[in-house]
Design a protein around this ligand. Structure first.
Ligand SMILES: [Fe+2]
Ligand SMILES: [Fe+2]
Length: 169
């Protein structure tokens, strides 16, 4: 997909604003996949989802970008909270969606993408749009890479990659 300058700027602004948002930064306190945290993970998923989405002809890039950034906006550490541990995999997509709606009033389209990002674990929430499927697969790819790489590799990688979404366009 070819983007005009205005669209590129709009996407960069969404990304950079949320990258520095006080509430979004709270995701840094939530550990994730052996050495990563929820904030790094979410922005990596956002970048990969955008990269893949740009190969398609028509995708709602704005809604996808927002869904990717908030897909794990559940804001609790399931490793410490016993009541959350058992059902985290199933419950966290709807918790993340609700909290993103509460704090950022995100669109219903982005909400649906967030709710289906754990499919097939959440079997009833099938990713029923192109955008939802891109998010679902980008999340699985990033989680697998995080799971398999060492803490040191993650740190080095992170420092270079989170900024500058503009390089994608
Ligand atoms: Fe998730
Ligand atoms: Fe995730």
């Amino acid at each position: 997909m070819k983007l005009d300058e205005q669209r590129k700027l709009q996407l960069e602004e969404i990304y950079n604003t949320l990258l520095n948002d006080e509430k979004v930064l709270k995701m840094k306190d939530i550990p994730m996949h052996f050495g990563s945290n929820c904030y790094e993970h979410s922005f990596k998923v956002a970048k990969l989802a955008m990269k893949r989405a740009l190969r398609h002809k028509s995708v709602n890039l704005e809604a996808l970008l927002i869904a990717a950034i908030f897909h794990d906006y559940y804001l609790y550490d399931w490793r410490k909270d016993k009541s959350k541990k058992k059902r985290h995999g199933i419950d966290h997509p709807s918790i993340a969606a609700k909290q993103a709606k509460r704090d950022f009033n995100i669109s219903d389209q982005s909400i649906k993408m967030i709710e289906s990002h754990m499919w097939p674990i959440n079997f009833k929430d099938f990713p029923d749009s192109k955008e939802a499927r891109i998010l679902n697969l980008a999340d699985k790819t990033v989680a697998t890479i995080e799971f398999m790489s060492s803490t040191k590799q993650k740190k080095n990688h992170h420092d270079k990659t989170l900024e500058d979404i503009s390089k994608l366009f």
